[in-house]
Write a protein that binds this ligand. Structure first.
Ligand SMILES: Cc1cc2nc3c(=O)[nH]c(=O)nc-3n(C[C@H](O)[C@H](O)[C@H](O)COP(=O)(O)OP(=O)(O)OC[C@H]3O[C@@H](n4cnc5c(N)ncnc54)[C@H](O)[C@@H]3O)c2cc1C
Length: 550
């Protein structure tokens, strides 16, 4: 047995979520090691759709340029009635143009995304330990112990924290005895990739993501940067279609029996809707498919996992840097598990139900609602805010607006004010360095407090504390003799403040994952620092045990 190696954070699994977790920890300068049982990254294209919120996260992780360069960007998702070939609804991402720098979806095969992530990790000086298969894991008061099988023999690793990113069959989840709640659907999904020219299809041109509804056999078409993907259900008990049969099915859907098609690849997957009953056991955390298996109708599995990594990594960084106590880590499960359950049940599974609706009466109702959503700006905004995952919120459970309110706001829509738990919308401001900044780029390494106050009032603001930077944001710039110049963010015309919907003389405390933690009146100089420390320290029942690993 080799000498045990010690790392503050061990990441098990180099799928997209393990790699994203590494990039997030790298962003905060936390040492980590990724272990992967295979000898390379996966070559399976699997996830192919990256949603706007993941693009924002990738900007923070430093891989956005590569993703935009390699991927296929698009605005319109179509919901189509197969029997009539009528587009029932065009869901647009462009209504998010005032919310994010990335108001579009990007199609990019998962294996290409993983290669970009690996390159960024490499550039940051991090390698992946391939051919390290985790066999056993345990933990005690001092930390976690992992035993790997490697080509050089067994290896032991000691870590303060373990991120289980080892996928749907997670050995870590299994060894911790954590059960999954939910269902496995009776049908399987067939995913096939082709070289085919559907761009110049006669009749209705295909957008880059189409959900084609049919009670007998629904279909999803996804345009990837270099090929087309086709997804259909295989009914319970039916055998897998051959390549020839699949090609025939594609031709039938696009109503062109002579269409030339080059077959590339095909896979059959079981479809689940399951989430882990527990996401944390002391120092070990489940992320991505290890924590949730989401039906791939809606492209939510990997996107949800990317958000898991974005939620947990800064908390681990704050704990390891002694800014916060370990109890902060418990907010990972309380915040993320409800989101994963919502994405699995109310988004992905509902998409599946809507696509295969059998009752003709229900289908008439569905088509009317979709037609209405297609035309009402407010409903379009709400749909794309939710579907892009920009609407993910960790706010305490709250009653959704009544149907009447929703109908009332559907046509003449005004963005609702932000609330605690929401992801803060992005927006441009002018910094004291004379440069234009995006609010989200200020959040890359720390908490940001925005004090919405006229700097001419010359209010006193406490000095910053580790992990927190305070800004005064206003439509009036701060003169040098106010003492606030270094903190000033000029918000021309008060545009960003109006978008946030928060009154002057308030402050907003925003976390490094862009979610709002506090909105409160600014009472005195210490208000902001107290609120920040209250959040990270009120959960400080014990000292971080000394493990000797750091
Ligand atoms: C057909 C299909 C289409 C999809 N489309 C989308 C989409 O468009 N958008 C979307 O968001 N999601 C989509 N998904 C879901 C997405 O592919 C998964 O959610 C995603 O792969 C999960 O990533 P992960 O890193 O959690 O797990 P995985 O990708 O499964 O990676 C886990 C890694 O852990 C490694 N590992 C496992 N056990 C061990 C061990 N004992 N020791 C060391 N290493 C280990 C594995 O080798 C693997 O590399 C799709 C899935 C399928 C099947």
């Amino acid at each position: 047995m080799k000498e045990p190696i010690a790392v503050p954070v061990a990441i098990v699994g180099a799928g997209p979520v393990g790699l994203a977790a590494g990039l997030e920890l790298m962003r905060f300068g936390i040492p980590f090691q990724i272990f992967e049982e295979d000898d390379t990254l996966s070559s399976k294209p699997k996830a192919g759709t990256i949603l706007p919120r993941s693009l924002e996260i990738f900007a923070g992780e430093g891989i956005i340029d590569g993703v935009l360069r390699e991927g296929l960007r698009f605005d319109e998702v179509h919901f189509v009635d197969r029997p009539t070939d009528k587009v029932l609804m065009r869901m647009l991402m462009s209504p998010m143009g005032d919310e994010t720098r990335y108001p579009f979806i990007v199609n990019l095969p998962q294996n290409d995304l993983e290669a970009l992530m690996q390159a960024a990790l490499c550039q940051g000086g991090h390698s992946i330990r391939f051919q390290h298969q985790l066999k056993t894991i345990s933990q005690d008061a001092g930390g976690c112990h992992l035993w790997f099988e490697t080509p050089e023999g067994p290896m032991e690793v000691a870590a303060q924290f373990v991120l289980a990113c080892d996928g749907g069959r997670s050995i870590i989840r299994h060894q911790l005895g954590i059960e999954m709640a939910g269902v496995t659907h009776p049908e399987r999904f067939l995913v096939a990739d082709f070289k085919v020219d559907l761009d110049r299809r006669t009749g209705r041109p295909l957008t880059y993501l189409s959900y084609i509804f049919d009670p007998e056999e629904w279909v999803i078409f996804v345009r990837q940067p270099r090929f087309w993907r086709f997804l259909i259900p295989i009914p319970q008990g039916a055998s897998e279609p051959s390549q020839v049969e699949v090609i025939d099915k594609v031709r039938r859907v696009v109503k062109n029996s002579m269409l030339p098609i080059d077959f590339l690849d095909m896979g059959v997957y079981h479809v689940h809707h399951r989430t882990a009953k527990t996401w944390q056991k002391d120092r070990i955390f489940l992320l991505g498919d290890a924590a949730h298996l989401i039906t791939p109708v809606g492209g939510l599995g990997m996107n949800t996992g990317i958000q898991d990594a974005n939620n947990l990594a800064w908390k681990i960084a704050w704990v390891l840097n002694h800014h916060a106590d370990r109890a902060l880590l418990e907010t990972y499960e309380s915040e993320r598990a409800p989101i994963a359950r919502f994405n699995a049940r109310n988004q992905a599974d509902r998409n599946r139900d809507v696509m295969r609706m059998k009752s003709p009466i229900k289908r008439v109702g569905r088509n009317l609602i979709l037609g209405w959503m297609d035309r009402a700006d407010g409903l379009q905004w709400q749909a794309s805010h939710a579907r892009s995952l920009l609407g993910t919120s960790y706010k305490p459970a709250r009653k959704p607006p009544s149907l009447l309110t929703q109908i009332g706001t559907a046509r003449h829509f005004v963005r609702p004010p932000i609330e605690v738990g929401d992801r803060v919308p992005d927006g441009a401001v002018m910094g004291s360095d004379g440069k234009r900044h995006h609010l989200h780029s200020l959040l890359e390494k720390e908490f940001v407090a925005l004090l919405l106050m006229d700097p001419r009032k010359r209010m006193a603001v406490d000095p910053d504390v580790p992990g927190l930077h305070q800004y005064v944001m206003h439509r009036f710039d701060a003169a040098f003799d106010t003492g606030l110049r270094e903190r000033a963010l000029l918000d021309p015309g008060g545009h960003l403040q109006k978008k946030l919907g928060i009154d002057e003389e308030h402050f907003i405390l925003i976390r490094p994952d862009a979610h709002v933690e506090v909105i409160a009146p600014f009472l005195e100089s210490s208000s902001i620092v107290q609120a920040y420390q209250g959040f990270i320290q009120q959960q400080l029942p014990t000292e971080l045990p000394k493990t000797g690993v750091l």
